[in-house]
Write a protein that binds this ligand. Structure first.
Ligand SMILES: [Zn+2]
Length: 474
C-alpha cells in the first residue's frame, strides 16, 4: 500500500533503538502528537519529500580557497559554488602543528588539543617502545555526535579522523578504519588476506561501525584499490593511458577510500535519514601532497608531459568531491542546511620555489617538507541553510568554532567551557533575535573520559605506511 510506504519514508527505520528522550515529557509528547498529525496529513499517494537530514556536514581535508576560488570562477565546482552563492563563507584558521587528527577532533568538539587529548598522528603504546595511530577512545571531551545524541537529535557519521572505535550514538557511525584496504606500495594489503580464489578477505575486528552489525551492510560498498578501473582513474589524469604505477598510487588509494565512504554514506542517508549527517573526505589533502608540484598554474617549471598528465589531478579531485556533494544534495530535503569545512588549507610556499628549483635543500615551516608546497593555516567554511545569510562573506573563524556553530544552528546549547564560539554573524539577524544562542556551563558529565593509551587494530601498519608516505611520520 502506497500510503504505508510514504509514511515509512518520513519516519525512518533506525539501526538502533532510540533511547527515551531526556527532555521534559509534556513538551515532547505535545511535539510528538503534532508531528504524528503532520505525518498522517502528509500520507497521500504522492511520494513525500524527505524531512531529514536537516544538516549535512562535509569535512574536506586540507580544502583551500586557493583551489576553490579559481575553480568556482571557471565554473568547475557547481555545487560548492551554489553553497557559496546561497550561503555564508569565510576563512577557518587552524593551529600549529596543523595535523589532521588533532584538528578534526577540535572541529568535532569545540576544544583545542590540550583539552581534547588528541595531539598528533601517533601515540605511544604503554609497555612497549611502539607508537600506534591515535584512536577515538583517547578523546577527553564529547564530540558533536555525543552531544546531538543526548539532545534528541539523531546523527550519522562516516569516515571521521580519528573515529575508531566507532562510538555509540543515536544513529550510526562508520569509523575511518572501516575502509580496510590500507594497501602497501608493494601490493600487499594490510588487515586482509587472499583466499584460494585470489579474492581479498578482510580480517574482522570490532568497532568499525556502530552498531557493530552495520558493518555487514557497509561492506558491500567497499571499493579496493584493485577495484578502481583505469577508466575511472583516468578522470584525474590527462587520459587513462598513463603507465607509471608509482605516480597514480596516491590518487588510486584515496579515491578508493573516498568512493567507499561516499557510496556507503549515500545509502546510509537514504536508509536511516539521521537528523544530522557528517562525512570526512580525504583526497583533497592527499592529491595536493603528491600532485601540487605538477601545476604550472602555481608557477612551477614542470616538464610538459608531466604537467599534462599530472597537473590536473588536484583540480580533478575537487571536481570529484563537488560531484559527491551534489549527490548528497540530490537526496537531501530542499531546506537542508549544509556546512563545508576543512581542517587547514594548502599553499605554494612562494619564497621556497626558486631555491628548490635550483636544487637547494629546503624545509617548509608548517610541515617541515622538502618541497615548496604544504599545509597552510587557512582552511575554509561555507554554510548554507534556512536562517543563514546568503552570499555573505562571513568573519574569519577558527576550527574550534565549528561545533559551537553547528549546535547553535540546531538550537542546542553551546558549552561555555568550549574554546570556540558560534559564528553568529552568519545567521540572519531576525532568526538570531527570535532564537538567541543558548549556553550551558558544560556538556561534560564530570566523569573523566578519554584513555591515555591508544588501542591497537590489525590495520595499524597500513595506516602507518600511509602516514609515512605522506611524510607525517618517520
Ligand atoms: Zn596533509
Amino acid at each position: 500500500m502506497t500510503t504505508t510506504r510514504t509514511c515509512r519514508r518520513s519516519r525512518p527505520a533506525r539501526p538502533v533503538t532510540r533511547r527515551a528522550p531526556r527532555r521534559a515529557a509534556g513538551r515532547t509528547v505535545a511535539a510528538f502528537v503534532l508531528l504524528s498529525l503532520a505525518l498522517v496529513a502528509g500520507c497521500g499517494n504522492q511520494e513525500e519529500a524527505p524531512v531529514a537530514p536537516k544538516l549535512f556536514v562535509f569535512g574536506l581535508d586540507a580544502a583551500t580557497w586557493n583551489v576553490i576560488t579559481p575553480m568556482i570562477q571557471a565554473g568547475q565546482l557547481p555545487n560548492i559554488a551554489g553553497l557559496v552563492r546561497e550561503g555564508s563563507f569565510g576563512n577557518l584558521s587552524s593551529h600549529p602543528p596543523v595535523q589532521s587528527p588533532p584538528m578534526w577532533t577540535t572541529i568535532a568538539t569545540g576544544f583545542l588539543p590540550e583539552k581534547h587529548g588528541i595531539d598528533g598522528f601517533m601515540a605511544p603504546l604503554p609497555g612497549s617502545n611502539r607508537e600506534v595511530p591515535v584512536t577515538s577512545n583517547m578523546r577527553k571531551v564529547k564530540a558533536f555526535w555525543n552531544i546531538l545524541s543526548e539532545n534528541d537529535t539523531s546523527v550519522g557519521v562516516v569516515g571521521w579522523w580519528p573515529s575508531w572505535p566507532a562510538e555509540e550514538v543515536d544513529g550510526f557511525m562508520v569509523a575511518q578504519r572501516a575502509w580496510p584496504m590500507n594497501w602497501s606500495r608493494n601490493g600487499i594489503p594490510f588487515g586482509a588476506a587472499r583466499d584460494a580464489n585470489g579474492d581479498l578477505v578482510v580480517q574482522d575486528f570490532p568497532g568499525r561501525t556502530y552498531p557493530e552489525s552495520l558493518y555487514e551492510q557497509f561492506e558491500q560498498f567497499v571499493v579496493t584499490e584493485e577495484d578502481v578501473t583505469a577508466e575511472e582513474l583516468g578522470r584525474f589524469f590527462a587520459d587513462s593511458g598513463f603507465t607509471d604505477p608509482a605516480k597514480q598510487f596516491h590518487a588510486r588509494w584515496v579515491y578508493a577510500k573516498d568512493r567507499t565512504f561516499t557510496d556507503a554514506g549515500l545509502w546510509l542517508v537514504e536508509r536511516y535519514r539521521p537528523d544530522v549527517f557528517a562525512i570526512f573526505l580525504h583526497g583533497t589533502d592527499v592529491t595536493a601532497h603528491y600532485y601540487w608540484g605538477y601545476q604550472t598554474s602555481e608557477g612551477f617549471d614542470v616538464d610538459e608531459a608531466d604537467a599534462r598528465m599530472y597537473g590536473g589531478v588536484v583540480r580533478s579531485y575537487y571536481r570529484f568531491v563537488d560531484e559527491a556533494i551534489g549527490k548528497f544534495l540530490a537526496i537531501a530535503p530542499a531546506d537542508a542546511a549544509v556546512l563545508v569545512i576543512s581542517d587547514h588549507g594548502f599553499e605554494t610556499v612562494r619564497d621556497l620555489v626558486e631555491p628548490w628549483e635550483k636544487g637547494e635543500e629546503i624545509r617548509t615551516e608548517i610541515g617541515g617538507k622538502d618541497v615548496p608546497w604544504d599545509h597552510s593555516l587557512t582552511g575554509v567554511y561555507i554554510m548554507k541553510g534556512p536562517g543563514v545569510r546568503a552570499g555573505h562573506r562571513g568573519p574569519d573563524a577558527a576550527v574550534e568554532d565549528v561545533t559551537p556553530t553547528l549546535l547553535a544552528y540546531l538550537g542546542i546549547a553551546v558549552g561555555e567551557d568550549m574554546d570556540g564560539r558560534p559564528i553568529e554573524s552568519i545567521f540572519e539577524a531576525e532568526d538570531l533575535a527570535a532564537r538567541p544562542v543558548a549556553y550551558v556551563a558544560t556538556h561534560e558529565s564530570g566523569d573523566p573520559r578519554g584513555d591515555e593509551a591508544p588501542l591497537e587494530s590489525p590495520v595499524d601498519d597500513g595506516i602507518k605506511e600511509k602516514l609515512r608516505s605522506l611524510g607525517y611520520i618517520e
